[in-house]
Design a protein around this ligand. Structure first.
Ligand code: OXD
Ligand code: MN
Length: 601
């Protein structure tokens, strides 16, 4: 196997933060014996360590230094062109029985899978450095916070984990010396980045993840989709909390009244944009702040849901990000940012489709080829990403560090739907809301490999991330609802509805504040709505549309319920539930019948 990640040799005082917990040492020893690295680098998360790793990554062309004036302390990484997105086909949940993984996951038998993966890992780190990355997910003093260790042979992974998690000594301190303490074991090796030898496997019962053959974000930053969502959702169910694919934002009125909202959207549907929304001028004095942009861990306290963001940074989709679409993201990625698969300009700046201003006359595209505006290929890959520390976000909510989390007033589900689904509506109650989440759908995007633009059901935006049987997951939502005396209201939104001319009806971005404001009004019991078969629907008068250039017809189309389209939609709900092979809880099947009956009234 070609050595694509040659070993590096740190000076004294770097790479030697060996933990003292015997269980960790035993595990590292076992993986070391298997993978046979040249040396072991124990990460401590220090600045000095970071500088050394960056310097070595530049030497090995893992990173390209960007223009220090334009994007200080920032770098570009190009992944292998065969490795640019999450690969759901080779993502497995390895529970003892297939039923536990359920109908929406790829399942593979644990003992056989360990043996296959250990076979692939045999000697895989020869001539390479094995990095041991300790990290925590969650604010340091939250009861939900989890410790993880990721073993990897990729410097890009270490540098990204440093941005995306609270990494290093903090995790060693939190873990302590108890050999029985709970922590996640993550093993990652690039192998030779061959799509035929690429597997992302989760062993929920062992709190273990093994990922081989990829160097791309969601497949290899094991803290994120693998631990915080797949293993996280499994742990959440057994421990009575929730791990969700949701942003968390704070809304503050001019009078200082605060609400927090959690929102689930499938990948690349604008979660980061919504989480960093800047209210339009009309909403003078209103403030929106970000707690998280991708993942929410929530627990029940005093009958309410409280949420923390387990992450420490943002791994966002770059194309389309501009001062128009997301000024806070633009400011966040202006420094200390690790870019993947964007274009490089002749003055070592970064460029992507949708960035403000004219395209450069010449650039190097994400594959490393010459590019001009006449090129047929895109300069940046549609799933190119930034990894940036959350502290770069000018709208970061200060309560992001609060161990107890923030109280959630509303949960929003949303997807990318050209038709059928109105701009916003509210569920009648928790069970109806769970039904809306369970049946939500979205047109697919470049965030995962496969066809783009096809409507697929994506329950709670967790289809690729639920680490156990989806039927049990729905049941867990119902159980949580029963324990909540003051549950959040549940809403569905769709920013992407199109008119007869094929154009988007709603301007989106900052103007989504108008929808958010109605949601907050509803939480405060002073927003108007009419009862419709799908749920509580605002009339055009209930939405604050002042100062927005939008005609009456578009507003009517945005809020319209087309009975013909909904008959098809409800038939699709049935097809989806049927496809799950009998795991859907009775209450949700009943919800569908009630939905159908409301249309017949
Ligand atoms: C992500 C995703 O990277 O959902 O957040 O794919
Ligand atoms: Mn995501």
């Amino acid at each position: 196997m070609k050595n694509i990640a040659p070993a590096i040799f740190p000076p004294n005082g770097i790479g030697d933060a060996k933990p003292t917990n015997q269980a960790v040492l035993d595990w590292v020893h076992e993986i070391g014996k298997l993978t046979k690295p040249e040396n072991i680098f124990w990460c401590d998360g220090s600045e000095r360590e970071n500088e050394f790793l960056v310097a070595e990554s530049l030497k090995q062309n893992v990173l390209i230094k960007l223009n220090e004036e334009k994007v200080p302390r920032s770098y570009l990484h190009r992944s292998n062109p065969n490795d640019v997105a999450r690969v759901e086909k080779v993502t497995f949940i390895c529970t003892p029985t297939k039923e536990e993984a359920g109908p929406t996951n790829n399942w593979s038998e644990p003992a056989e899978t360990y043996s296959k993966l250990y076979g692939l890992l045999e000697g895989a780190m020869r001539g390479r450095t094995m990095f041991v990355v300790p990290y925590i997910m969650g604010p340091p003093d939250s009861p939900l916070t989890k410790v993880g260790f990721e073993i990897t042979d990729s410097k890009y992974v270490v540098l990204s984990m440093r941005i995306m998690t609270r990494m290093g000594k903090i995790a060693l301190e939190r873990l302590g010396n108890d050999p029985k303490a709970e922590w996640n074991r993550g093993v990652h090796s690039l192998l030779d980045v061959d799509p035929d030898r690429r597997f992302i496997c989760h062993f929920p019962q062992d709190n273990t993840i093994i990922s081989v053959g990829s160097g791309y974000g969601g497949n290899v930053l094991l803290s994120k989709k693998c631990l915080a969502l797949r293993i996280g959702s499994y742990l959440a169910r057994t421990q009575g909390w929730m791990a969700e694919h949701m942003l968390i934002l704070g809304v503050e009125s001019p009078e200082g009244k605060k609400h927090y909202v959690a929102a689930a959207f499938p990948s690349a549907c604008g979660k980061t944009n919504f989480a960093m929304l800047i209210p339009p001028a009309h909403f003078k004095g209103w403030k929106v702040t970000t707690v998280g942009d991708d993942i929410a861990w929530m627990e029940i306290r005093d009958g309410r849901l409280f949420a923390v963001n387990p992450e420490n940074g943002y791994f966002g989709v770059v194309p389309g990000t501009s001062y128009k679409s997301n000024p806070n993201a633009m400011k966040s990625i202006q420094h200390d940012t690790l870019y993947t698969n964007v274009a490089l300009t002749d003055d070592a700046d970064v460029w992507w489709e949708g960035k403000d201003g004219p395209p450069p006359k010449h650039a190097i595209d994400w594959r490393g080829n010459d590019w001009t505006p006449d090129s047929k290929e895109k300069a940046a890959h549609p799933n190119s990403r930034f990894a940036t520390p959350m502290r770069n976000n000018p709208a970061l909510n200060p309560d992001v560090e609060k161990g107890e989390g923030v109280p959630i007033s509303a949960i929003i589900f949303g997807g990318r739907r050209s038709d059928t689904v109105p701009l916003v509506y509210e569920a009648f109650d928790w069970t109806h809301g769970v039904y809306l989440g369970a049946t939500m759908a979205s047109e697919t995007t470049a965030a995962a490999t496969g066809a783009v633009g096809q409507v697929r059901r994506d329950p709670m935006a967790m289809l690729p991330f639920c680490g156990y049987n989806i039927g049990d997951y729905f049941r867990h939502w119902m159980d949580i609802g029963k324990r909540l005396t003051n549950p959040p209201l549940i809403f569905n939104v769709n920013w992407f509805r199109k008119g007869a001319n094929g154009k988007f009806l709603w301007p989106g971005f900052g103007e989504n504040m108008r929808v958010l404001k109605w949601i907050i009004d509803r939480c405060e019991q002073n927003g108007g709505a009419v009862k419709s078969p799908v749920g509580w629907l605002p009339t055009p008068h209930d939405l604050d549309l002042d100062g927005l250039e939008i005609d009456h017809k578009s507003v009517a189309d945005l809020l319209g319920i087309d009975h013909g389209e909904w008959q098809k939609e409800l038939a699709e709900h049935k097809k989806f539930f049927d496809s799950l092979g009998g795991v859907v809880p009775e209450e949700l099947l009943k919800q569908r019948e009630q939905f159908v009956a409301r249309f017949a009234e």
